[in-house]
Design a binder for this molecule. Sequence first.
Ligand SMILES: Cc1ncc(COP(=O)(O)O)c(C=O)c1O
Length: 723
Amino acid sequence: MNDSSKQVNRMLPFTRPSIDEETIDAVAEVLRSGWLASGPKVAQLEAELSSYFGGRPVRTQTSATAGLEMALLACGIGKGDEVITPALSFVATANVIVRVGARPVFVDVGLDSRNIDLDQVAAAITPRTRAILPVHFAGLPVDMERLYAIAGRHRLRVIEDAAHAIGSAWRGRRIGSFGDLVVFSFHPNKNITTIEGGAISGGSPEELRAIELHRWHGQVKSGPDGFDTLLAGGKYNLSDVAAAVGLGQLKRLEEFNARRRALVARYFELWAADPPLRLPERGDAGHSWHVFTPLLPLAQLRISRREFIESMKERGIGVGVHYPAIHLFSAYRALGYREGQFPNAERIGRETVTLPLFPAMELHEVERVVQAVNAIVRGAQRMNPQVSVVIPAFNEEEGLPLLFERLYPALDALGRSYEVVFVDDGSSDASVAELREQFQRRPDVTRVVLLARNAGQHLAILAAFAQARGTYMITLDADLQNPPEEIARLIEAMDAGADYVGTIRKSRQDVLWRRAASRLMNRVRERTTSIRITDQGCMLRGYHRSVVDAVNHCTEMSTYVPALAFTFARHPVEIEVAHAERTVGQSKYSLYRLIRLNFDLMTGFSVAPLQFFSMAGGVIALISLILVVYLAIRRLIVGPEAEGVFTLFGVAFFLIGVALIGLGVVGEYVGRIYEQVRQRPRYLVAAVLEQGDPGATERLAQAGAVQLPAPLTPAVRVRGASE
Ligand SMILES: Cc1ncc(COP(=O)(O)O)c(C=O)c1O
């Protein structure tokens, strides 16, 4: 065999016709014959196709588009009629319906089969429905039994778009050898070609006559002049040149399709386990594999489909797209179709890629494609590590180098996939520069979120939670008071089922009174809020993804993350961890802050303080009443007394004090509501440094620019506004 397609060709296209020398000679012969338009070769091709389809009538035409349109016209479909068709196909499938004046009624397709969802077809039938126009997508036959059962029940005509399906078989019966009107395409990309061309198999005698009229000016031989024109037909007849190509191709159809099946089998074999793409439905031996169209897992990738296609092209491999969802094209939106109506078609439209598949392709070229896809997809996979370590940093330039030195070896030793998400909380020292350098050193496992201005530790943690992708999230202070080596113990607790792991510092060197004070505060707080956080100053905590997701859904303006997490956790635990004194920098945990934190906690998680004040008010009012009654009685018995006036002053001042405290507590709650209703962004993300992102280099440069203080330029990714 001497195929022109076997020429050395470094670029591997996604498709390529195979035209052999014999066919080229046959075309030359036609060209020399003097008869180029429809003639003996067309008649021969129609006869051979007819015998291929078991003796059914076959009419060729200039394209499948013309064939589909003429089939619709032959069925008498026009204005006011509806035709049910899939939302995913080449647009020709729907265009022809519009062209004859009818309305295409779309239904969704199977995500893996890409074929019309027959469950939805019945629901789409109305009194105006005249036909169903399904597509045997990629050559995978539609369930013909169900299709024709539905059509029969509702007296609908079926026009099969078999553009992809020459050589396909449904349960051993060739597509085109049965059914109503079956339309094939011989475009150069199809399993066999006539350059451009198509054919209709089947149809009643009346329909066949109508097709012939529409195909050639509506003319028939009759009358005194030998011709009459019965209707204003078109001109869609195939040429003998094209038919000569088709005859050469038809001879090799079975060989071509067998080759396609073998190549696809190799794809499936190489992707038998853990394929990086979602593979299409495999079907059986009746699948003619016009195209091989897996779906890209775009949600898990940092790259777009366009970038994937570009990367494949750089590796010398062509990739196609078959097809965008039809209903989202402007012409169909104009008919009232919208996003969200056909989720599978829309997802396929977004994610589908057509990988190389054509008869002249070699098996080793499948391996080449698979390797390229694996490399691109795996390389673009978003980091989805098991563990995310979240570290807020605010003016930690002294501590960070030491932290890096100990943190990464400790995490590497875990033997688990991990990422470190640093959040710079608007530092004014060199922290940002240090974090950037660390990102450059370990871009594989490091991401840096740069807040535009200081948001406070808890919001900084929330900003990181919004970015972190791990299943286990560990928060850690940048100051090394919690040894990073202790992270392993938190993970152990989470492996054992804990979804919140609080920690208590073992060898805390706090003075006695401070310990006593914090114990007292804890007890009061635990009583009012039922939140158990024994050691509030210890940032080392573990959260399961489910708890973090719940936290991320809370939109409170200011919150104490561990307390919020505790309320969502179903299996909270506390463990003791080692502790070291801060060697550098300033502690941010003064006693005042601790008191404030507990106050916030109580008012943030409970209305008990308000209830307490109501009750205290009641008790004080009662005592005052008793006092007044007592004084009145004394006045009656003892007579007027002046001495008690200072006591009364004292009582009055006490009551004023109590009232002011009460006002303060009410104010606290009102203040919280005020902050909430203003709905200002909780924090602003100036930039995120992460690997593999197409804009990473650019953003890296920007990060340099945001060192002091972060400008919110449009070139920087600003995602934090309402996060
Ligand atoms: C499903 C489907 N229907 C119809 C057509 C139209 O075929 P033709 O180019 O022969 O008009 C195509 C062509 O790609 C197709 O894929």
